[in-house]
Structure formats: structure tokens, C-alpha cells
Write a protein that binds this ligand. Structure first.
Ligand code: KG4
Ligand code: ZN
Length: 339
């Protein structure tokens, strides 16, 4: 049987819809919300309103681009959480109405699991390799930083996580301090390529076990810049490349240190990256480099499936569909939700 899933993602500031047939992407449409740029972060109320405006055109385009008819869709998968409540509500309500009108199953998806399962989206590349279970995944996004032991498609254990800010937040908040627009992560990545990572030395947090912390780094970056600006008002502009390179390098050091530790303690050499920050070119290079050194099999999602997208929601829906793991139409979104 061919299984065609419509995936819907609306947890934060991207409205996305995708059609997957047997795990292959027929379409994956993403509408980014430019409205947040000047606010230095996502404004929840503006996000909900933009999702309301975008959801119908985005789903319409996904169906048209896929070349299928809506009657060919076997189930609707949507993001139940975690995320912004008002933003999630738009996707959940739309998914319910759509599934009800076609009399097809509704499938709730955990956004964090979906980032990880993006690794199982099938590409046209015949030599494509998938991670073997169990594998270890460093899940780094704007809202989460976790080390996850993935036992099976829908069986995951968090073995370490941030006790305060996520890695993506560290990128975005430090970028904001530098006067860069939201989201700052991609810009820091871009500027870091031109700079020297050894220019400045920012202290690394000392957190036990496999947990992370990024709030101290953000504060020390802020105080360092304040002190420098007192001496030279143009300090940031004159040194932005070196500042970005040094900051990015310390964030990557912190992420990698625990990833290496987790791999050793669990004796797992199947290593994956997931989440928006896995788009970072420095992190990608470092994990490949460590992988060569330590004999890891490294899996990095394509850039289009690193940041938020509905293809990852649809692939998770596909595995749940196989298990007939369907949702009740009374399902409601959850702002907080563990992997
Ligand atoms: O997974 P995602 O799209 O949304 C959440 O679920 O949070 O991740 C967004 C985060 C933002 O913090 C953004 O700055 C960061 O991913 N990000 C990057 C890069 N691209 C996106 N951070 C560093 N380097 C990048 N190239
Ligand atoms: Zn995400």
C-alpha cells in the first residue's frame, strides 16, 4: 500500500506543510515569518496571526506542488508540541478540520522526535544510509539542547540536556547583544567564517554529567562587550568577524565535549545531529572531524531538514501510521512536551 501523509508544522515562527509518499518528499513548503526580525526574537501573538494567514496558502501550495489530489492523502500529521501555544493551536485546528472533512486519521507528532526522525526522510540518492539503532543524537535547536539515545523510531531517551538556555538561544541572544537581527545563529555562522576563533577566550561552563548550560556564556559575552564598548564605541563593528568566530567556537566546544563523553559512556558510535543549530557549518565540520578521529558513523541532515519543516512531521506521522498510532479528535496542543 502507498502511504501518503500531509504534515503540518506551526510550533514557532515557520508555517510549513509537506506531502510525503512512502517516506519520500513530494513537496515541503515553508513560509518564514519576517515580522519578528526587528523585535530580536519571536513575538508569540504575531506568530499566531501569521500562521493563521499562512496556513491555507501553504497547505494549498504543498498539495499542488506534490501533484497528488487531496483525496490521495491517507492521514494528517501535525505538531502537538512543544512550542508556542497560540502557534500550535493554528496547526492543530487546521489538521483536525482537514482530517475530519476527508474522514482520514489524525496523527499527533512530537516536534523534537520529528527533528530526529528527519534522518529517515528518503532521498533520491540510491546510496543513502540511515542511522542504525541505537544511535546517539545531539538535538540542538532554538528551544532545546539535548543528547538523545534513539532506541527505535518512536522510542527515545534523553540522557543529557541544558539546565537553562538552549544552544540556539545562546547564538540568538549573543547576536542580539551585537545588534544583529533575529535569528542571529545563521549570521554568526556566516561572519565566523571570516574570523579567527582564537581571538577571544570565553569561559566554558562546568556542568556535571551530560548536561549543558549556556546562560553564563551569554552573560559573560554581554559584560565583555560592555567593557570593550566603553573603551571603543566601534568595538563590535570593527571586530565582528573575530567575535563571531570565537563565540561559535566555544559553543561548539561545549556541545562536542558532552557528545564525545556520551558516545564513550554508552559505547555508541552511530552519531547524528538534528535541529536548527545543526545547520551550523562549524558544528558540521567539527562532528565530521571528531567522527574521523573516533571512528564514528556520522549522520547530518540536509540543510532543508535541519531547521523547522513539515517533512520531518510527515515522516514521523508515517512511522506512527504504520503502527496505527492515531489521535483522538479531542487532542489539544502542549507547550511543553518531553521527547
Ligand atoms: O529547529 P529550529 O528551526 O527551531 C526550533 O525548534 O527552535 O531552530 C532554530 C534555531 C535558531 O536559534 C537559529 O538561530 C538556529 O537554529 N540556527 C543556527 C543556524 N541556522 C539556524 N544557529 C547557528 N548556525 C546556523 N547556521
Ligand atoms: Zn524545531
Amino acid at each position: 500500500m502507498n502511504i501518503t501523509i500531509l504534515g503540518i508544522e506551526s510550533s514557532c515562527d515557520d508555517t510549513s506543510a509537506a506531502i510525503l509518499k512512502d517516506g519520500r518528499v513530494l513537496s515541503n513548503i515553508i513560509a518564514n515569518q519576517e515580522v519578528h526580525k526587528s523585535y530580536g526574537g519571536v513575538v508569540p501573538e504575531l506568530a499566531s496571526r501569521a500562521h493563521q494567514q499562512n496556513i491555507i496558502p501553504v497547505v494549498d501550495e504543498a498539495i499542488k506542488k506534490s501533484g497528488i489530489k487531496k483525496e490521495d492523502i491517507n492521514a494528517v500529521a501535525f505538531t502537538k508540541g512543544p512550542g508556542l501555544m497560540g502557534a500550535l493551536l493554528v496547526g492543530v485546528s487546521f489538521a483536525k478540520g482537514f482530517a475530519m472533512s476527508l474522514d482520514i486519521p489524525l496523527i499527533e507528532v512530537n516536534h523534537l522526535q520529528a527533528h530526529i526522525l528527519a534522518h529517515f526522510i528518503k532521498s533520491e540518492d540510491k546510496s543513502q544510509e540511515f542511522p542504525d539503532f541505537p544511535f546517539l543524537c545531539l538535538l540542538v535547536s532554538g528551544g532545546h539542547t539535548q543528547l538523545v539515545k534513539v532506541n527505535n523510531y518512536l522510542d527515545m531517551e534523553v540522557i543529557g540536556q541544558t539546565i537553562d538556555d538552549a544552544a540556539g538561544e545562546a547564538f540568538d541572544k549573543c547576536a542580539k547583544v551585537m545588534g544583529l537581527p533575529y535569528p542571529g545563529g545563521p549570521l554568526i555562522d556566516k561572519y565566523a567564517k571570516e574570523g579567527d576563533p582564537l581571538s577571544y577566550n570565553f569561559a566554558k561552563p562546568k556542568i556535571p554529567e551530560l548536561d549543558y548550560s549556556f546562560s553564563g556564556l551569554k552573560t559573560s559575552f554581554l559584560y565583555f562587550l560592555r567593557d570593550q564598548i566603553k573603551l571603543n564605541a566601534d568595538f563590535i563593528e570593527q571586530n565582528k568577524y573575530d567575535l563571531c568566530a570565537s563565540l561559535q567556537s566555544v559553543i561548539i566546544d561545549v556541545l562536542m565535549e558532552k557528545l564525545v563523553k556520551a558516545s564513550k559512556s554508552l559505547n555508541i558510535r552511530q552519531i547524528a545531529l538534528a535541529g536548527g543549530v545543526s545547520a551550523n557549518s562549524g558544528l558540521r565540520e567539527r562532528v565530521i572531524h571528531e567522527g574521523d578521529k573516533r571512528n564514528w558513523d556520522v549522520y547530518i541532515p540536509p540543510l532543508s531538514y535541519s531547521t523547522d519543516n513539515a517533512a520531518m512531521i510527515a515522516i514521523t506521522g508515517y512511522y506512527k501510521f504504520m503502527q496505527k498510532d492515531f489521535s483522538d479528535f479531542l487532542v489539544t496542543p502542549l507547550a511543553r512536551m518531553p521527547v
